[in-house]
Ligand binder design. Structure first.
Ligand code: NAG
Length: 322
C-alpha cells in the first residue's frame, strides 16, 4: 500500500475508532507532525539484514514486514497496533527483547483479528477458533505467548506498560494464505473474488469505508461431481436455501451486528449494484459446504455527495443510500 492510501486508511481508522469510543487510543498522535512521521514510515532499511525497522507508536497501523520497537517514555496504559496484510496473506507476530513487569500489571496481548469498540472482526460466528484462543497473552506464558499467527489478513497487539523505559520489539512477517476467508480491505476501491469449495463456513470481506459494491459474478450451488444438480429454491428467500451472499452495512466491525442491505441466493452475472453509506460495508458468503460457491465484486468509495445527509437518526439504521 503506498503512503497516500495508507494515510487515508489510518485517518479513517482513527476517525472510526474515535467515533467508536476509542479516542483514548489516539492520545499519542497529538500533531499532524507526529502523524506524518508515522506515515512516512522513515523508509530506512537495515543494510545488514534488510529488515525494515522503526519505532512502534502507542497507536499504530502496520502494513509492512519488519521489526518495530516500543520504548515507553512514560506510563502507557492503552496502546494498540492494528496490523494489516494483503487479502491473501496471514500475519505472523513475534515478540523479542521484552522488558515489562507482568507482576506490576503490564501486559502485551496479541489478537487474531481486530477489535474496535469491543466489536471483533472476524465475528465470533465467522472465526474458526473460540474467542479465548484468539488471544495470546505474553504474561500468562512468556514461552508460548511470544508468537502468534493470524487466521486472516488482520491482527492486533494491545499493550499496557506502567514504567518508563519498559518496552519490547515486535517482528511482523506476512505469509501467503492460499484460502483467504475473512478479509479486511486496505483500500476503498478494488475488486475481489471469494471462492468457497465445499466448505461449511462463512466468509466476510469487510471494507471500512462507505462504498458502492457491484457484484460482477455470483455462482452458488454447483453440485459435487457425484451428485445430481441441486434443486434451487429461487423464490423462497435466502435463509432457507442454505447458501447465499449477503451485503451488510453498519458502523462497527462485527458482521453479526450489522444490518442486512441485500440477500442474494441465485446465480447472476453483472446484476446487483448497491450503495452502502455506512462506516463498514461487508460482502458475506454463507456456505453449507455442499457446493462450490464463488462471488466476485468490485467496489469504490462513495463521493461526499452520495453519502446519506442526515445524522439525526442515532441508530443509523439505514446507511443504505439507494
Ligand atoms: C453461517 O452463517 C449462517 C447464517 O448466519 C449460520 O446459520 C451458520 O450456522 C453459519 N455456519 C457456520 C459454519 O458458522
Amino acid at each position: 500500500m503506498s503512503v497516500a492510501p495508507r494515510t487515508h486508511f489510518l485517518l479513517f481508522l482513527i476517525s472510526l475508532s474515535s467515533r467508536m469510543g476509542l479516542s483514548r487510543y489516539i492520545e499519542d498522535i497529538e500533531a499532524a507532525d507526529g502523524l506524518y512521521s508515522l506515515l512516512s514510515l522513515d523508509q530506512k532499511r537495515d543494510s545488514e539484514d534488510f529488515t525494515f525497522r522503526r519505532p512502534l507508536r502507542c497507536l499504530d497501523m502496520l502494513a509492512t514486514d519488519g521489526s518495530y520497537t516500543f520504548v515507553a517514555s512514560r506510563p502507557q496504559l492503552a496502546c494498540a497496533g492494528f496490523i494489516i496484510a494483503e487479502p491473501s496473506e496471514v500475519i505472523s507476530l513475534e515478540l523479542s527483547d521484552v522488558n515489562i513487569d507482568c507482576s506490576a500489571g503490564d501486559f502485551i496481548k496479541m489478537f487474531d483479528g481486530w477489535v474496535l469498540k469491543g466489536e471483533k472482526f472476524p465475528s465470533k460466528q465467522d472465526h474458526e477458533l473460540p474467542l479465548h484462543q484468539r488471544y495470546t497473552d505474553y504474561c500468562s506464558s512468556p514461552a508460548t505467548g511470544a508468537t502468534s499467527r493470524s487466521s486472516q489478513n488482520v491482527a492486533m497487539i494491545f499493550f499496557h506498560l506502567h514504567s518508563a523505559d519498559s518496552g519490547f520489539t515486535l517482528a511482523i512477517k506476512k505469509l501467503h494464505n492460499p484460502f483467504p476467508c475473512n478479509i479486511m480491505s486496505q483500500n476503498p476501491e478494488g475488486s475481489f473474488t471469494m471462492v468457497l469449495p465445499h466448505q461449511r463456513k462463512n466468509c466476510s470481506f469487510s471494507i471500512i469505508y462507505p462504498v458502492e459494491i457491484r457484484l460482477t459474478d455470483l455462482s452458488l450451488g454447483h453440485a459435487k461431481s457425484n451428485e445430481l444438480s441441486p434443486q434451487r429454491q429461487l423464490w423462497s428467500g435466502c435463509s432457507g436455501s442454505g447458501d447465499y451472499v449477503e451485503l451488510l452495512g453498519g458502523n462497527g466491525v462485527d458482521t453479526s451486528m450489522m444490518f442486512p442491505v441485500a440477500d442474494l441466493c441465485f446465480s447472476l452475472s453483472g446484476l446487483a449494484q448497491m450503495k452502502i453509506g455506512c462506516d463498514n460495508s461487508v460482502v458475506r458468503l454463507v456456505s453449507s459446504g455442499n457446493y462450490i460457491n464463488r462471488v466476485s465484486f468490485q467496489y469504490r468509495l462513495l463521493e461526499q455527495s452520495e453519502l446519506p445527509k442526515t445524522q439525526e437518526n442515532a441508530l443509523d439504521n439505514f446507511c443504505s443510500v439507494e
